[in-house]
Ligand binder design. Structure first.
Ligand code: HEM
Length: 255
């Protein structure tokens, strides 16, 4: 079981994440969106969304840098394993609490507002519940990590993640002796990866790739926003009709 969950399942989850996302973008590009509910209800949205997103982004960067940076880099920079562990606990803990409060508010809003609930899919609600469960499990690791403040337990997770990433066999052995809360946290984290292509979480990739696409592939494109501060004058129905008829008579409309 340990070998499957922490040695094989990571590859299944990451393959579904990458290939599933490519397939969805290819088949159904118009479903690739955040499905934001901001238009339906503005109240409490900004504060909840900011708390959630800032918290999750700090955690995301912390996990990527913390787990995937080779251990020799920290040693070279004279960052002790204990100092790194305390940083992970403090920064990750604060970000985790922020994301949990924001995520809780977003779920409450989605569940209790009739209009948002009716326009939410099962996946919209389920993924928010799973993210909250993942955040609570993550925060549940903090007291255990605190007991290993010399960082030796964290080094095992770093070794596991780096061996998975570099396709080395035997990675699961490094997680075998870890506390249950860590195992649950990692298994659910992998499951969230696996579910990304089937949920609105695909929008995360747009945050990364869309700016690159405009910078590198379509540099001629730009977003233009009007600086108009007052409303346009009202048009009468007759005026709108006149413009429609004129547009229909233009040669390009007949092509
Ligand atoms: C497969 C994906 C993931 C893996 C392998 C993973 C692994 C870990 C590990 C090893 C720790 C303990 C760090 C330490 O103190 O030594 C941790 C902590 C934590 N994780 Fe994750 N995690 C994953 C996904 C996530 C996700 C998706 C979230 C949030 C939505 C999250 C939120 C947290 C939080 C809040 C903590 C506690 C604070 C901290 O130590 O940074 N994790 N995670």
């Amino acid at each position: 079981m340990n070998t499957f969950l922490f040695g094989i399942y990571p590859y299944i989850a990451l393959s579904v994440l990458f290939l599933g996302s490519i397939a969805r973008y290819d088949r159904d590009p118009f479903t690739w969106k955040t499905s934001s509910s901001q238009l339906l209800r503005q109240r409490h949205f900004a504060i909840a969304s900011i708390l959630f997103h800032v918290g999750v982004l700090v955690i995301f960067v912390g996990h990527v840098v913390g787990l995937l940076t080779p251990i020799w880099v920290f040693d070279m920079l004279h960052v002790s394993h204990g100092a790194k562990q305390i940083l992970a606990i403090v920064a990750g803990g604060i970000a985790g609490v922020m994301a949990t409060i924001g995520g809780g508010m977003l779920l409450y809003r989605r569940w209790t507002d009739q209009r948002i609930r009716l326009t939410s899919s099962f996946a919209d609600i389920a993924i928010l519940v799973l993210l909250l469960a993942q955040l609570l499990l993550g925060l549940g690791t903090v007291p255990v990590s605190w007991q290993h403040s010399d960082g030796h337990e964290m080094v095992k997770f770093m070794t596991w993640a780096q061996m998975i990433w570099t396709f080395q066999p035997g990675a699961a052995d490094y997680v075998a002796g870890a506390a249950l809360v860590f195992k649950l946290h990692i298994a659910l984290g992998l499951t969230i990866f696996l579910l990304v292509p089937f949920t609105r979480l695909v929008h995360i990739a747009s945050g990364i790739f869309a700016p690159l696409r405009y910078l590198l592939l379509r540099p001629g494109y730009q977003i233009v926003r009007s600086r108009r501060s007052s409303k346009l004058p009202e048009r009468s129905a007759a005026d709108i009709n006149k413009r429609r008829i004129a547009a229909a008579k233009r040669p390009s409309a007949a092509e």
